[in-house]
Design a protein around this ligand. Structure first.
Ligand code: ADP
Ligand code: MG
Ligand code: ZN
Length: 491
């Protein structure tokens, strides 16, 4: 049962919808040519347009439109060939024009979804809209000697290109909400549309949450928690807000439709202002920009350029190689892990073994060496050949592991290491039988006991043969040859 359902014995179901803002991977701003990257001295990346000076006109950055379309397509949305920029008015010192250019009733795209498979089964969260907009500047209310009486503003972020992705009210669990943002982030990064660096404000999330009675239809009043910039903050803020709303309703109170902030230090949501209705913003179409037209041909060209997405890759690996959910998810995590796995599987002809070696011995050796697959000196083809050497009995299972360790350390080929370190398994029956004969000659007492019925002593003799071979005899063959000689009366 969900924690919120335990309060007051009445049971509420949380309803959660997210609005995610991601900075587009464009080197210049949304409506001017200023550099969009951070890290520059305050107010050094500004011009009349992003400072909102009178008479300056916006020009749409075509690259940002392409990136926005890619995001929409990757989320399965329908892209509008004609969308409209709108002014959203509010007064804030870091918004010099007094309005933000965004999209309102005619967004770039609608009706997609993010879907993934987890322990709890398939999750699907609708994406109701995707639109383009500009970021605001940044205000500093603390940290300066005169912060008690003055605020500072940096306009470097003003006009930075954002894509906003809005979900339906389809989530009910804070951990799922965080997982949704992880999945969404993976898509944005995979298609190169956004670096989505949360610590830098490159990916931020507003979380809307309300409670409804279990089984009830009409959702209750909702609050909106603004600007959550880590997965942890998102999850904690939602958990806190669900508990707070539950307690308020249980005490007979009502929920005010407020806009809230999240105070990381105290672990509480704090009221910022009464929630605006869209009327408060006095939206109207941006008169300085024509409607945004994206021709069907351009949309299709962008669709064709999309790389394989993480979830598609997971499904493909699971289906093609018969992998379990956990293995498929791990190997599909990045294009690089998937490509490595596919190359290793092709080289050894055994996908299950390639998966087991990658996730087991190779992962262990790499982590011991403080390395990663990206830096690994072991080529997937070399791993595949090692797996084949082990499965064909050219080296024993334990020797194969030792060889992999040397491969990680030195980058040398498995055949070379096996030969140089005398690790090649002896599978030559004649050679092993000679060792067996010599061993039985050394232990006549044990041979006699075996023939008197003490069968278990064969194991000791096989062990002696293995030792005599330096551990390199094929163990199954050694066992068979020892028993064959013991069972023959003449020896
Ligand atoms: P607004 O115009 O107030 O911003 P939207 O319809 O654009 O409202 O929805 C904003 C976000 O709020 C969406 O993510 C949506 O899923 C979410 N949302 C809508 N209704 C509810 C509700 N009752 N409880 C929680 N979230 C909701
Ligand atoms: Mg909204
Ligand atoms: Zn500018």
């Amino acid at each position: 049962m969900h924690p919120a359902g335990t309060g007051g014995g009445r049971g509420y179901e949380p309803v959660i919808g997210l609005e995610v803002h991601a900075q587009l991977a464009s080197s210049s701003k949304m409506f001017c040519g200023c550099a969009a990257r951070g890290g520059a001295p305050p107010n050094s990346r500004t011009c009349p347009t992003c400072l909102g000076l009178p008479g300056a006109l916006p020009v749409v950055n075509a690259r940002c439109v392409d990136l926005g379309v890619l995001v929409a397509l990757a989320l399965g949305c329908t892209v509008a060939e004609r969308s409209v920029f709108a002014r959203k008015h509010y007064f804030y010192p870091d918004l010099p024009k007094g309005y933000q250019i965004t999209q309102f009733d005619a967004p770039l795209a609608r009706d997609g979804a993010v879907s993934w498979v987890s322990d709890g089964g398939r999750r699907t969260v609708r994406v109701t809209r995707v639109h383009l907009e500009e970021d605001a500047g940044k205000s500093f209310h603390a940290g300066f000697p005169d912060s008690a009486s003055s605020a500072y503003v940096d306009f470097n972020r003003s006009g930075v290109p954002l894509v906003e992705i809005v979900t339906g009210p389809d989530l009910s669990d804070p951990a799922d909400a965080a997982e949704f943002v992880r999945r969404l982030r993976a898509v944005l990064v995979a298609i190169g549309a956004s670096e989505a660096i949360m610590e830098d404000g490159g990916l931020r999330c507003d979380a809307n949450v309300s409670l409804r009675r279990a089984g009830g239809r009409a959702p209750g009043a909702r609050t909106e928690i603004k600007n959550l910039n880590s997965f942890r903050a998102l999850q904690r803020a939602l958990e806190y807000e669900i508990a707070r709303q539950t307690a308020a309703l249980d005490a007979g109170g009502a929920i005010q439709p407020d806009t809230l902030g999240w105070d990381e230090g105290s672990g509480r949501t704090v009221p910022m202002r009464a929630k605006e209705q869209s009327d408060d913003y006095r939206y109207f179409p941006e008169p300085d920009l024509p409607p945004l037209v994206v021709a069907a041909g351009r949309i299709e060209r962008l669709r064709a350029s999309l790389p394989e997405l993480p979830e598609q890759r997971r499904e493909r690996l699971a289906a093609r190689y018969g992998l379990g959910a956990d293995d498929a998810a791990a190997l599909a995590a990045t294009p690089r892990t998937a490509a490595y796995f596919e190359a290793a599987a092709a080289a050894c002809g055994d996908a299950a073994a390639a998966c087991a070696w990658m996730r087991g011995e190779l992962a262990r050796r790499l982590s011991e060496a403080g390395s990663t697959l990206d830096e690994a000196a072991v080529a997937p083809d070399a791993l595949g050949r090692l797996i084949r050497m082990a499965s064909e009995g050219a080296v024993s299972a334990s020797a194969a592991k030792a060889i992999l360790g040397r491969m990680v350390e030195t980058g040398r080929e498995p055949e070379e290491i096996a030969a140089a370190d005398a690790l090649l398994q002896i599978s030559d029956a004649g050679a092993i039988d000679a060792l067996v004969a010599a061993t039985l000659a050394r232990f006549p007492e044990q041979v006699r006991q075996y023939r008197q019925g003490k069968r278990v002593i064969a194991g000791f003799l096989v062990g002696q043969v293995m030792q005599a071979s330096g551990g390199r005899a094929n163990p199954a063959l050694a066992d068979r040859l020892v028993r064959a000689r013991l069972d023959r009366a003449d020896q």
